[in-house]
Design a protein. Structure first.
Length: 194
């Protein structure tokens, strides 16, 4: 297959696969390392390479699960506390082989607009998504849980000006996602030709 066919196929067939669809067979660390290498090849403005990743696997996943559920408990007033949310924060991560926390490290000089640093991290995550697809590994970018919680950032080595942008959940696929039906691209594009 030539490069064009391969890239089109990988992009078009990419799907999000959620932790409930993962098997309990762990993903090889070498695959994770390739995903990270490919993330690092993403476009970014001013060579800032603003992505920061923390990879959790094995007992590290239990550490993440405990951290996020306990932080939820600490941050939530008693009358708002939801036991189901607490348990999900504790149990969902355990379905994954690896979880990569996705961070954006703000440039010291703040010369590059923040939005461009976030966009660059989005490009890096897409590279991980496509790598996962090529290896037929399940993955999905989730922005729930402690993603936008200010006092979660330190746990992931992020400072005040940095951002936690979510988590990339990874596992071998037990149950495939159905084909994705997207709205046609024509709805989102205007051509100006003269
Ligand atoms: C920045 C970002 C954040 C997302 N956060 C969530 C999330 O919190 N929960 C969720 O179910 N899906 C989340 N998704 C995944 C989308 O729901 C998923 O990409 C969408 O359903 C389209 O499916 P597909 O990836 O298979 O094409 C997120 C995707 C992006 C790009």
């Amino acid at each position: 297959m030539d490069k064009i066919k391969i890239v089109n196929q990988i992009i078009q067939e990419r799907r999000s696969t959620y932790p409930a669809q993962f098997s309990d067979v762990p993903v090889d660390n070498e695959v994770i390392k390739q995903m990270l290498e490919n993330a690092n090849a993403a476009p970014n403005h001013g060579k800032t390479q603003p992505w920061r990743f923390v990879v959790f696997s094995g007992d590290g996943i239990k550490k993440l699960a405990t951290f996020q559920s306990e932080l939820y408990k600490k941050n939530t007033p008693e009358d708002k506390f939801n036991q189901n949310t607490y348990e999900k924060l504790q149990e969902n991560p355990l379905k994954c082989s690896h979880i990569i926390a996705i961070g954006m490290k703000r440039q010291e000089t703040a010369k590059i607009p923040e939005i461009e640093e976030i966009e660059a991290v989005g490009c890096a995550v897409q590279n991980m998504y496509l790598t996962a697809q090529a290896y037929q590994i399940g993955a999905y970018w989730g922005s729930g849980g402690v993603t936008y919680v200010e006092n979660a950032k330190e746990f992931f080595g992020l400072g005040k000006e940095d951002k936690l942008l979510g988590f990339f959940y990874i596992g071998n696929i037990a149950k495939e996602s159905p084909i994705s039906i997207k709205k046609p691209i024509e709805d989102a594009v205007k051509w100006i030709t003269e």
